[in-house]
Design a binder for this molecule. Structure first.
Ligand code: FES
Length: 89
């Protein structure tokens, strides 16, 4: 099975969600900071996945990696705290 994140490994700043203009880092930080578990939760907090839905397999792959504690990007506690302060209710 193809890894949906393979292309993004080579181009980490590429938009994961073109519709909402969100890249992997933005999504990963939200998942980590807010303990997001589902694509719906990612969409609620970041808007990623809220358009054509074609990025959902990629969002699911990022969620799976994060659930295993595998993070692509470094993030400081300060950055994660900033994401938490901006969280939507
Ligand atoms: S590319 Fe993410 S919703 Fe369209």
């Amino acid at each position: 099975m193809l890894d949906p994140l393979a292309d993004y490994e080579k181009h980490p700043k590429a938009m994961v969600c073109d519709c909402m203009h969100k890249d992997w880092r933005r999504i990963e930080l939200a998942i980590r900071a807010l303990d997001l578990k589902t694509v719906d939760e990612v969409t609620e907090q970041t808007d990623a996945g809220g358009g054509c839905h074609s990025c959902w397999p990629i969002l699911e792959a990022i969620l799976e990696r994060c659930a295993r504690g595998e993070y692509r990007f470094e993030a400081t506690e300060e950055e994660l705290a900033k994401v938490r302060r901006r969280a939507r209710p």
